[in-house]
Ligand binder design. Structure first.
Ligand SMILES: [Zn+2]
Length: 376
């Protein structure tokens, strides 16, 4: 019988690791990139095509799904897997980040966050207990603890008090998770380290989470405008404060070079809207850096988006055709650009896993960065 959740590290190279998370719904090869399926869809892609790109797991957003179509409704319709037609693992965020960035008239208290829906103005409360309940109703396989976010520009006092409240909420999240519920045999829970860029705050947060005990640990509160150098500065110590034998997930990251640098610093999991959102606006990721396919220089370019890409889009269609589709606002343009970008990210993760396994990560990462920068 497959365990509920296990993580095996197969090889390390410096601080980087490659391994496998095993869950009942399938294996997740790490380092892993999770395409974002905000509203029960990875925008512009069918689930079978997401899987064909090499994705082992996708992400769903609690905040969006609780408002539309509603967690109870998704549950009545068989949970997120059956509803959207994706049978492999799904991770859901706790809704904390989005309620604090998208909702209107939010009111925070020790209990949770009261807010008005940005869709129809209805009033809701998101608390640690309600967030865990929603994630269970959705059928999530990796449930995230509910936490509090504050801007990186906040004072140290505000940062410290948000981190401390997040740790109290992490305990309430864990207790709600332990109380059981639907799919209890089929899901795991991750805690989220906070503490902005401060090494001491990060350490206090890590220690509080370890004391509670989680299946995996996320690094939250980064990639919110602090810049790559500051983020890497934090990642020079934050992953090492978390248990070596558990997966480490850097939330909301990021650009290709962010991911390569974070993998070198010991991170195992990532999610970001960048490949899907960029695809819809005409940006393609390539090994020579990002390109904007709308640019006039591609109007008669018969080459593929990226000559080194193994995706179905690059095998079939030219830059000139994609330039035409995107300029004409054709739906197929958004679909094909998104598919290529998701493949680019998954191929990058596969290359990173192979480089770690073969002990040549530094050479791979340096080569990746120099090619990527050359085209920018
Ligand atoms: Zn491609």
């Amino acid at each position: 019988m497959t365990a509920r959740f296990s993580f095996a590290i197969h090889a390390t190279d410096g601080r980087a690791r490659t391994g496998t998370i095993t869950m009942k719904r399938g294996e997740i090869r790490t380092p892993a990139f999770m395409p974002v399926g905000t509203a029960a869809t990875v925008k512009a892609m069918k689930p079978g095509d997401v899987r064909a790109s090499g994705a082992d797991i996708i992400l769903g957003n609690t905040y969006h799904l609780m408002l539309r179509p509603g967690a109870e409704r998704v549950n009545r319709l068989g949970g997120l897997h059956g509803f959207m037609g994706w049978d492999r693992p799904i991770l859901t965020d706790s809704g904390g980040y989005q309620v604090m960035s998208l909702a209107e008239l939010t009111k925070r208290s020790e209990d949770g966050v009261a807010f008005k829906s940005h869709l129809d103005g209805t009033r809701h409360l998101l608390s640690p207990e309600r967030s865990i309940e929603i994630q269970r109703l959705l059928g999530s396989n990796i449930v995230m603890a509910f936490d509090e976010l504050v801007p990186t520009t906040s004072t140290r006092e505000v940062q410290a008090s948000a981190m401390e409240r997040s740790m109290r909420w992490a305990k309430r999240s864990r207790d709600a998770f332990n109380a059981g519920g639907q799919h209890a045999e089929d899901n795991a829970i991750f805690g989220i380290q906070q503490g902005a860029l401060d090494e001491g705050f990060r350490k206090s947060s890590a220690d509080a989470l370890i004391d509670i005990g989680f299946d995996g640990y996320a690094i939250g509160g980064l990639a919110v405008g602090e810049g790559q150098e500051a983020m890497f500065g934090c990642l020079d110590f934050a992953p090492g404060q978390l248990p070596v034998e558990k997966p480490r997930y850097l939330m909301g990251v990021g650009k290709p070079t962010d991911i390569v640098g974070a993998v070198e610093r010991g991170v195992d999991m990532f999610d970001c809207v960048l490949p899907t959102r960029s695809g819809r606006t005409g940006q393609a990721f390539t090994r020579q850096g990002p390109i904007n396919i709308r640019n006039a220089r591609f109007a008669e370019d018969q080459g593929p988006l990226d000559p080194a890409c193994g995706c179905p889009v690059c095998a079939t269609w030219s830059r000139a055709y994609l330039h035409h589709l995107v300029r004409a606002g054709e739906i197929l343009g958004a679909m094909l650009m998104t598919e290529h970008n998701i493949w680019f990210y998954q191929q990058m993760m596969a290359d990173l896993r192979a480089a770690i396994a073969e002990g040549r990560l530094t050479a791979f990462a340096d080569d990746f960065r120099s090619r990527y920068a050359a085209g920018q």
